[in-house]
Design a protein around this ligand. Sequence first.
Ligand code: ARG
Length: 441
Amino acid sequence: MKLWGGRFEKDTNDLMKKFNNSFDVDKRLYKQDIKGSIAHAKMLQKVGILSFDEGEKIVSGLYTILKDIEEGSLKLEGDFEDIHAFVEFNLIERIGEVGKKLHTSRSRNDQVAVDMKMFVKEEVGEIIKKLEKLKEVLILKGKENNFLMPGFTHLQPAQVITFSYHMKAYCEMFERDIKRLKNALEILDECPLGSGALAGTTNDIDRDFTSNELGFKHPTKNYLDSVSDRDYLIELLSSFSITMMHLSRLSEEIIIWSTPQFNFVKLSDEYSTGSSLMPHKKNPDSVELIRGKTGRVYGSLVTLLTTLKALPLAYNKDMQEDKECFFDALDTVDMCIEIMTGVIQSMTVNGDAMLKSLKIGFLNATEVADYLVKKGVYFRDAHEIVGKIVKFCEEENCAIEDLEISQLKAFSSMIDEDIYDYIEYKNILKKGNKKKIIEEE
Ligand code: ARG
């Protein structure tokens, strides 16, 4: 069944039909399409375009379609151009001729726009919940494993931090992601239904009614913009890309930490896989895949940006391409957040390995300089002195705190016995604004 054809003489070319049909992709919007149609029908009934009886027939017909799809007795399959054709055809088949009135004062252009907005409102809400859960798990893992650990710059040992603080850094990133998503949801919360194909309708419809019925803040203002706006999908894809970037950074760290050379964390068997050849291998495939799938989500963002680039107003069929890449990115980010949550929840953290690596990385060298500054040495001079101490320790293969006081004094007469206490790793975080690192919120 086609939604058009009166002015055509020839049938659509078979390959063209396949090329044009979007049903396989947009059938995912069945619930939104039916709910949007119900709101539209109720509105038509309210303003008198449909009689009371006609409105009731259409609305209850649409409800039975929804119920049958959900119960599995009506399959989302068949030779349909898109989900809109599927729903309308099924309605007419069920309730007869009156079903043909449903599309009065509506176009698939405003229909698909409202369907997609309803869809993302629901789905993005779920992503936000999953990000909240990931944050909780990161905080808890940190609390349970509040070990001192080396912090890095350039992936070279830098200064002492704690594992908990490292986890909290990721919480900040995911919190910003949540804010970005909420902001996008706030901006998109305007209902495009009733904009028609591009220029409204000569019928006196009530757009406030449908907007309200579908849970939007208010109707969109400009009809042309309503049917050609896909900004919200681009914003969400951009936000998903940033979340994936964050997840990929965390993945990378877990991959590095789980090498025997680092041995900071051990992934659960549940989130690792083996090698078909090398019997000893246990690989962190879960986080490698998250890292790998990041590119795929970036790809969706670039796809949609490029699709929309230079498109004239209003609707163009190019825009049908929005769904496949958006759905793919949504499913990817959704799965990656959940997998990461499981990885973190089930991994074990090795505090001893972290402590050991503090000693081999001169993680208290900066504090030796701070100590000297406290004793009146200019910072630049202190920096030079500590550099020489480090060089000496490297040659001796020891840590700064392993040196005798006489050895230390040879580098600066300002150094006294109290240095050992000052540069003791667990004391470092008790001083200055480093206290924040161990503060419990
Ligand atoms: N399947 C189309 C899409 O997703 C629906 C809108 C079609 N409109 C049209 N005038 N052909 O964009």
